[in-house]
Design a protein. Sequence first.
Length: 294
Amino acid sequence: MIIPIKTLNNGFSLPVYGLGLWQMGGRAEADTTNDAREIGALVGAAELGIAHFDTAEQYAAGHSEELLGQALKGADRARFTIATKVSPWNHHPEAMETALDASLKRLQMDYVDLYILHRFPDAGTPLPAAMEQLNRFVEDGRVRHIGVSNCSAARFSYLQNLSQHPLVCNQLHYNAQVREVETSGVLAQCQQQDVLLVAWRPLQKGALADAPIISELAAKYGKSSVQIMLNWLISQPNVVTIAKTSSLAHLQENLGATTWQMEAEDIERIRAEYPDQRQVSEAIALNYPADVPA
Ligand SMILES: NC(=O)c1ccc[n+]([C@@H]2O[C@H](COP(=O)([O-])OP(=O)(O)OC[C@H]3O[C@@H](n4cnc5c(N)ncnc54)[C@H](OP(=O)(O)O)[C@@H]3O)[C@@H](O)[C@H]2O)c1
């Protein structure tokens, strides 16, 4: 299937749903036990229409990038948007050069479509030099577009002001339960400044409660609860999402969230009525210490 895309005024686009690779190939360390299964899941995902794959040098200590490289080897590279992330302790220019080189080798690719600062740089990083380095990657063609992740509105603006090239995305923890992007003003910033908010952990790792409002809307739209959760995100302007699944059955269900639009009134009902909401992410709260205040 063709997954709908969202396109910024500057021409950058992402599919509304992409596949995340966190925990494919291990967590903090590489675990090769399930490699054949994970590669099969990635190949199957590409065949089902996934065009945006999201990984990071940190995932499985680089093994997640290796799995993606193996899965897409020989495929039509131009069909895919490959996003990877550089860890905050590697944002110093020389370290970033080494990190990009290593990511490209693991991916078996000569460019990535989207290179993302995984968080705001660690304290002590020379921020103008870090952003100059990111911009150089775009100019030498190894990176097509640059973005950030887990940045508050103030930190996003700070980094954008240091960059010639636009930061096309801010990747953040966002789902019906975890609302820090709303309370912190990051969602509004993305919508006002035409940046894509890439919602990570859209299913709260499968732990989202089947609340009455979700069951009611699932019945109304003839969709599953998971599809309602995903569609609630991507029905909002400038929001796209990435979910992890190694199951093609789950992926098919998730893709069923992508080709329809929730009514505005129902988007607001979930915003208001979803139970047990958190104003701050329990995984990565945006006010972590760094040289620029959140
Ligand atoms: N930038 C950051 O700091 C950051 C942080 C965390 C995550 N991320 C990115 O965001 C992606 C998604 O987040 P996440 O993996 O943490 O959480 P998630 O996508 O909300 O949840 C993944 C879990 O949900 C299950 N799942 C998926 N579809 C399902 C379905 N239809 N029915 C039932 N269970 C389903 C998966 O199991 P199965 O495999 O069995 O389907 C997996 O256990 C990551 O993979 C990563 O790429 C970025």
